[in-house]
Design a protein around this ligand. Structure first.
Ligand code: SAH
Length: 252
């Protein structure tokens, strides 16, 4: 049996109860060493094999997973945040399916949620933005046509840009080209929820300079949008006049 487990954004107590239990009972854990907080590996039992996937190819990862399963054991493939976001899990699941090996996925708290918590902010504010765009800039991994940063910028929605702080200058240029004003609020959140978390609030026009001045090039998210500003409408759900299925409003 194989379990893909979301480790959460970093703090070891932000893994789910289910995820922690799976780590405790695993015979082997393959973890993404470049991103996983090593403190999470303390959940592992004493006899558990530990493998750092940063030093492995897909074939090597699969070989460990298949060996453990065929010996009657349970292996955990530990991914940062939630496995469904830039986790490269699909290719592993398809190989397991082809081999007839059962697997499950345990979700995790994605780093974009950890970043919102670090900023004490809400992505979806009435009259400001009701959508969150999760994206990345093309780097060594290409991005399909139609998903450029500038085309998304044209929506003016809340935006979270993964894997791109090393390309901050290009990101900034494309956000501006797409229609954001230079003074639109932005932030760079480095290692959200880790002990050395850092939050840099800036504007779209100062993203590149903020990344460079603070030496942030990886393990960070770029957040963009007026959701980090001051203007918004109160939610209708808690408006005393608003009636809904569970509450009679004063004007209902
Ligand atoms: N599945 C993960 C993302 C993996 S891709 C998730 O759901 O969060 C790796 C990228 O995620 C990093 O380059 C960085 O952009 C972002 N990231 C992961 N953990 C982070 C953290 N604690 N703080 C800020 N960004 C993080």
């Amino acid at each position: 049996m194989i379990n893909f487990v979301g480790a959460g954004p970093g703090a070891p107590d932000l893994i789910t109860l289910r995820g922690a239990e799976l780590l405790k009972t695993a015979d082997a854990i393959i973890y993404a060493g470049s991103l996983i907080n090593p403190a999470l590996l303390e959940y592992a039992g004493s006899g558990c094999e530990l493998h750092n996937s940063a030093e492995m190819t897909l074939d090597q990862v699969m070989a460990v997973l298949l060996r453990v399963h065929r010996a009657g054991g349970m292996a955990v493939r530990l991914h940062t945040g939630d496995p469904s976001i830039y986790g490269a899990v699909r290719e592993q699941m398809d190989r397991l399916k082809a081999e007839g090996v059962p697997y499950e996925i345990c979700p995790g708290v994605s780093s974009f949620c950890g970043a919102a918590a670090a900023l004490k902010t809400e992505y979806t504010l009435p009259q400001v933005s009701q959508s969150v765009i999760i994206t990345r800039r093309a780097g060594r991994t290409p991005v399909p046509p139609g998903e450029s940063i500038s085309s998304f910028a044209a929506h003016g929605a809340s935006m979270v840009i993964f894997l791109s702080t090393g390309l901050a200058e290009k990101v900034q240029g494309e956000l501006l080209a797409g229609g954001y004003n230079a003074d639109t609020p932005a932030a760079i959140v480095y290692k959200a929820t880790w002990p050395d978390e850092k939050v840099f609030r800036c504007t779209v026009g100062t993203i590149a300079e903020t990344a460079a001045q603070n030496g942030v090039s990886n393990m960070a998210l770029i957040l963009v949008g007026d959701f980090m500003g001051y203007d918004y409408q109160l939610s209708r759900l808690y408006d005393p006049a608003f009636t809904h299925a569970f509450r009679q409003g004063s004007e209902g």
